[in-house]
Design a protein around this ligand. Structure first.
Ligand SMILES: *Cc1c(COP(=O)(O)O)cnc(C)c1O
Length: 444
């Protein structure tokens, strides 16, 4: 498979190049050159396939020319080694639990797939690889767990000081070994800007082999398409009666759903659910895209003011070159398939309570935003079934969820153990130069 840049369709890269570079030099994003529908047998056999096998078939469909079948199969089965169950709330509404991996968030799928693919292509390379990643909370934990003790790979995680939960912070600052944390006195967007600058810094890149692990990396996105098929299978769905509702920040998860649809998954509709950081719902409504600084909310993993995958979404709907002015036809095509809704923290808190009262289900604040959006969308689309992607386990946001519900909630053992571990993080400002200097001291 070749990959092209959203800023220049003639710029091509191989899978290994796209993964290790993360970002094309023109500041676009990599996209797979072909997104053909999966073969008919895949859909015929889908009801009987395991989740890991679904992942392998999709991977082979996309990457079969790049990785031999046997290697690809063991890599995917190793990455997809935990379930994604669909839980029924009522006849119309379902929750797809994506939090059964090591860091209790959906990002485990991307991080585990990516680390194994990178490990595969990195075999026999003498120079160590440094993964740079900005996190608004959950990426860091997933990447730390996914890459922990991967030979030849060092991981540097930048996170906004005071803006991630205690347990999130522990997930990325307590592993040690090849996992390093930088605590940035700023916002997630500041962290993301530093990472982008490092990738565009040719001098640094001559010295250190850098790669990214944010949702901008195409290898994070591919495995996120697997669980759309898995949910469809579990629902025994036929035709396109199922809508997917995606609590969104950088819109990687939603973009992965769009990829799944391009690969032939029948989808009734996509619902983009955000908190007050609502630039995409606003765009879907008005056709005007206005990125702006993020504001902090209860669902902090979605506090993104300039979603990085937006360029990919546009590209899938006809934007040939990301630097071209927005085309009204692109907006129109997206609106037909995606509807956006945004909610403030008060509504989100109400929804967390409502879901517990009505269904006895503890939902996290990100999932609660999804619940609101699906419920609102279904008011004008009765008779549909909707799946809310539950992106994290509620215990990742324990203090908030317990305050909202007024009682304690269960914490899975592997998260509880972290509480007593010691945090190790290097304080940083929002400037790029000190980060660069630190990278050179560490890795040269
Ligand atoms: C990362 C994250 C999101 C946002 O996902 P995107 O793919 O960036 O849109 C939503 N919820 C949780 C819990 C997350 O960790």
């Amino acid at each position: 498979m070749q990959f092209y840049s959203t800023n220049d369709p003639t710029h091509k890269a191989s899978l290994a190049e796209a993964i290790f570079r993360g970002l094309p030099a023109d500041n676009g994003l990599y996209m797979p050159e072909r997104l053909d529908p999966l073969p008919r047998e895949f859909f015929q056999e889908l009801p009987y396939l395991s989740f890991a096998e679904i992942g392998y078939r999709i991977s082979r469909h996309l990457l079969g020319e790049d990785v031999p079948d046997a290697d690809l199969k063991s890599l995917v089965y190793d990455a997809v080694n935990f379930p994604a169950p669909v839980v029924k709330l009522d006849e119309q509404r379902y929750v797809l639990e994506l939090f059964h991996g090591p860091s209790l968030a959906f990002k485990d799928f991307g991080a585990r797939f990516m680390s194994r693919l990178m490990g595969y292509f990195n075999q026999g390379n003498k120079q160590e690889l440094v993964i740079l990643v900005a996190t608004s909370g959950d990426t860091g934990g997933a990447v730390a767990a996914g890459f922990y003790q991967t030979p030849g790979i060092e991981v540097v995680i930048l996170y906004p000081k005071g803006k991630v939960s205690l347990l999130q912070e522990k997930q990325l600052t307590t592993l040690g070994h090849n996992i390093h944390a930088l605590e940035v006195d700023g916002t997630f967007d500041d962290c993301q800007a530093i990472v982008k600058q490092a990738f565009l810094d040719q001098e640094l890149r001559q010295e250190i082999r850098l790669s990214s692990a944010n949702s901008i990396n195409i290898s994070r996105l591919i495995p996120q398409s697997f669980y759309y098929f898995e949910a469809y299978k579990q629902l025994g769905a036929k035709g396109d009666d199922v809508a997917f509702c995606i609590p969104s920040g950088n819109f990687g998860n939603l973009t992965a759903g769009l990829l799944a649809q391009r690969m032939g998954l029948p989808v009734r509709h996509f619902i983009a659910a955000t908190n007050q950081n609502d630039v995409v719902p606003e765009f879907l409504k008005t056709g005007v895209y206005t990125p702006r600084p993020s504001v902090p909310t209860l669902s902090n993993a979605m506090d993104v003011g300039a979603p990085s995958n937006f360029a990919r979404m546009l590209n899938l709907y006809g934007q040939v070159n990301g630097l071209d002015p927005l085309n009204p036809a692109t907006h129109q095509a997206m609106r037909e398939l995606i509807t956006g809704f945004a909610y403030d923290d008060d509504r989100t808190e109400d929804a967390v309570r409502e879901v517990e009262q009505r269904f006895g289900y503890v939902i996290d604040p990100h999932g609660a935003v999804g619940y609101l959006a699906l419920t609102e969308w279904q008011q004008s689309n009765p008779g549909t079934r909707g799946v809310i992607l539950e992106t994290a386990h509620p215990s990742k946001f324990k203090p908030d969820v317990e305050r909202i519900l007024g009682h304690e909630i269960e914490v899975p053992q592997r998260l509880a153990e972290l509480e007593n571990r010691e945090k190790v993080a290097r304080p940083m400002g929002t400037a790029y130069a000190p980060v660069k200097q630190w990278l050179r001291e560490q890795f040269l």
